[in-house]
Write a protein that binds this ligand. Structure first.
Ligand code: NZQ
Ligand code: ZN
Length: 394
């Protein structure tokens, strides 16, 4: 049952093989000084960097650069980007990359105008979840997405690693100014992705849907929408793994990523996100690809949640995996759904154990200790139970 909600989705999305044609028009809305933020080598290797530089030159922009934003960006790097924004009085941050580059840029665009040390800013905006005040300055961000996964291109969250404490937490911006003002989504840019990253992204997309879907027991449009996105990503990932050049599949993956976490399928939902909390802690300790941390934990995690969310897991089996009831009890149907999920994960090449991501037994207590505790979803985990999930996922 839906209660009161307000939905603002201010990002202008340009989608398709010609999405970058919209860049000049988008650039015309901002001043001369543009900070181009990107990752390691992929944007240069694909030729995207040169295309963007040419478009910026054509538009008469003065270009500053923030290269080297790694996967699972550190807070040190975010503050470096923030300093570049402030010292150069940047008019627009253009983030070219995946969730890591876009997240870092969104956080930096707000933090650039806040006073405080590393520890003070971390405590305020990540540990305590403070949001920028309406009167505080925020530098606008636009993005060109190169890996479909996080939905960062159309949401206001930015996830950052505190390399001192090994916490990996989100900063939630405001829904109008720290969300990307425009997002260019060209699925052909994803063709250069290594399979591992593509699969990691596909699993992240499915997991975002599940984190929102596995909560509540009311009748809610959001759950029907989530089922549709889940069916689409399951199918498209299969096709893209078998045929990586398949544009249809790649384009569906990209649009699924945006819909998985632009807020719409979570409307009116309590939502879970504890699986993400734990997966993010693994990345903080190991640097592992985000989606693969989620896949490696999923089966053990859902075994713990299942008893409390039995009806929803049975619905998941029927509506997402098309498993007929055929006289099955809810327990049998739910178990069959999770078995299908596991088979699909293995089929597309998800990592299924945290040892493969570099987690060893002696790290488990520390990983659990930095993972925030939330009362969300069907089952609220304790730190001790996170330890169990981690051990069961080794
Ligand atoms: O650094 P480069 O050389 O660009 O390589 C990147 C990176 O190593 C590579 N890559 C990206 N596009 C490519 C490409 N390689 C070849 N061809 C391309 N077209 O892929 C690697 C991973 O990139 P990254 O941006 O880290 O991936 P993703 O989009 O999965 O982002 C993960 C980050 O987003 C956070 C995660 O925690 C993690 O830090 N998340 C953000 C969320 C949000 N804003 O709402 C929610 C998510 O749940 C998630 O927590
Ligand atoms: Zn995620």
């Amino acid at each position: 049952m839906l209660g009161d909600f307000t939905l603002t989705l201010p990002t202008r999305v340009h989608f398709g093989p010609h999405a970058l044609d919209a860049l000049p028009e988008e650039l015309s809305h901002y001043g001369k000084r543009v900070l181009l933020a990107y990752g390691g080598h992929s944007a240069k290797a694909s030729g995207l960097y040169d295309r963007v530089i040419a478009a910026l030159a054509e538009a008469g922009k003065e270009v500053f650069e923030c290269p080297g934003i790694t996967a699972n960006p550190t807070f040190t790097k975010v503050l470096e980007e923030a300093r570049l924004i402030r010292e150069n009085d940047i008019d627009l941050v253009l983030a070219v990359g995946g969730g890591s580059v876009i997240d870092a840029s969104k956080d930096a665009s707000a933090l650039a105008w806040q006073e405080g040390t590393y520890d003070e800013l971390w405590a305020r905006f990540y540990t305590h979840g403070e949001q920028v005040a309406p009167e505080d300055r925020v530098t606008p961000v636009g993005c060109i997405l190169t890996i479909p996964a996080t939905g960062s291109e159309m949401n206001r969250s930015g996830v950052t690693t505190n390399e001192k404490t090994h916490e990996k937490l989100e900063m939630v911006g405001d829904e109008v100014r720290t969300i990307p003002q425009f997002a260019l989504l060209d699925p052909t840019l994803t063709l250069t992705l290594p399979r591992y990253q593509m699969v990691s992204g596909c699993y992240d997309i499915l997991c975002h849907c599940m984190e929102q879907y596995f909560s509540g027991d009311d009748d809610n449009l959001s759950d029907y929408l989530a089922e549709g996105v889940m069916r689409a990503i399951i199918h498209a990932a299969r096709v893209a793994v078998a045929d990586p050049e398949n544009y249809e599949a790649r384009s569906n993956i990209m649009w699924c990523a945006t819909w998985g976490l632009n807020g719409v399928i979570g409307i009116g939902k309590d939502q879970d996100w504890q699986l993400h909390d734990l997966g993010q802690s693994i990345s903080a300790f190991t640097g592992a690809a985000h989606g693969m941390t989620l896949s490696a934990l999923t089966m053990a995690y859902y075994r713990h949640v299942l008893p409390a969310g039995l009806h929803r897991f049975a619905r998941f089996a029927a509506n997402v995996w098309d498993i007929p009831r055929d006289g099955k009890t809810d327990e049998e149907l739910a178990a069959a759904g999770l078995a299908e999920l596991e088979a699909w994960m293995r089929e597309i090449g998800c990592v299924m154990s945290i040892s493969e991501l570099g987690v060893t037994e002696d790290m488990i207590e520390d990983i659990a200790a930095v993972t925030p505790l939330e009362k969300s979803g069907y089952h609220a985990f304790t730190t001790e139970e996170f330890v169990e999930v981690l051990r069961e996922s080794l």
